[in-house]
Write a protein that binds this ligand. Structure first.
Ligand code: E4P
Length: 222
């Protein structure tokens, strides 16, 4: 399973990259705004910096347009920035057309804001590289985000679709584990959900005991 980090924060991207487990980065307009990145040139430079930090990993950059022509114009400009840019397109009618357009041109895409199996089926039919079902936002409204990942896995496996399931809006470590059990191809998560996988109290107490015993035996043989 690939690990993407879901942030536009450069320090967090660096931290995940330094850990040696990072396969890519996803951003969205809200995450860019959170970092105070505004203006076309700043946005472009920020994406380039992310691509440099996440060496060789896919970096999703989202279009703002909602019409086909606008998405194509924006997406082509984003894709021209760096070979690792993946054009992120919303699951709307013109978005489906844009997915097909970019797929035919060999440009990677990430279909975002997916909340149903039907939308995921359309994204695969249109040739999306990644489909992003939003697990956490479904859980937020008392629906079952993890069940959606299961449904999409079954549908894609039934027909051998190559679109990768990128579980998005992942909020915590259990989402990561559940997505891994189902066979999601990718998760994108905040840094804490990734580093949270490290934690176990028995690891901490076990290490403390090993080190204490080592110290004792060193003193005895000193
Ligand atoms: C990533 O591609 C999505 O934009 C992101 O995971 C949404 O996460 P949120 O629901 O926590 O905002």
């Amino acid at each position: 399973m690939k690990f993407f980090i879901d942030t536009a924060n450069l320090d967090q991207i660096r931290e995940a990259q330094d850990l040696g487990v990072l396969d890519g980065v996803t951003t969205n307009p809200s995450l860019m705004a959170k970092e105070g990145i505004t203006g076309d040139e700043n946005v472009r430079n920020h994406y380039l910096e992310i691509c440099t930090i996440c060496d060789g990993g896919d970096v999703s950059a989202e279009v703002i347009s909602t019409d086909f022509e606008g998405m194509v114009r924006e997406g082509e400009a984003l894709a021209a920035l760096h070979p690792n840019i993946v054009v992120k397109i919303p699951m709307i009618k013109d978005g489906v057309k844009a997915l097909r357009y970019f797929s035919d041109k060999g440009i990677k895409t990430n279909c975002t804001l997916v909340f149903s199996p039907g939308q995921a089926l359309l994204a695969a039919k249109a040739g999306a590289t990644y489909v992003s079902p939003f697990v956490g936002r479904l859980d937020d409204i008392s629906a079952d985000g993890i069940q959606l990942i299961q449904q999409i896995r079954v549908i894609y496996d039934n027909y051998g679709y190559e679109t990768e399931i990128l579980a998005a809006s992942v909020r915590h470590t259990m989402h990561v584990i559940q997505c891994a059990e189902i066979g999601a191809d990718v998760i994108t998560a905040p840094l804490e959900a990734i580093t949270g996988l490290l934690k176990h109290p028995l690891t901490d107490s076990g290490l403390e005991k090993f080190l204490a015993d080592h110290r004792k035996s060193q003193q005895m043989h000193a």
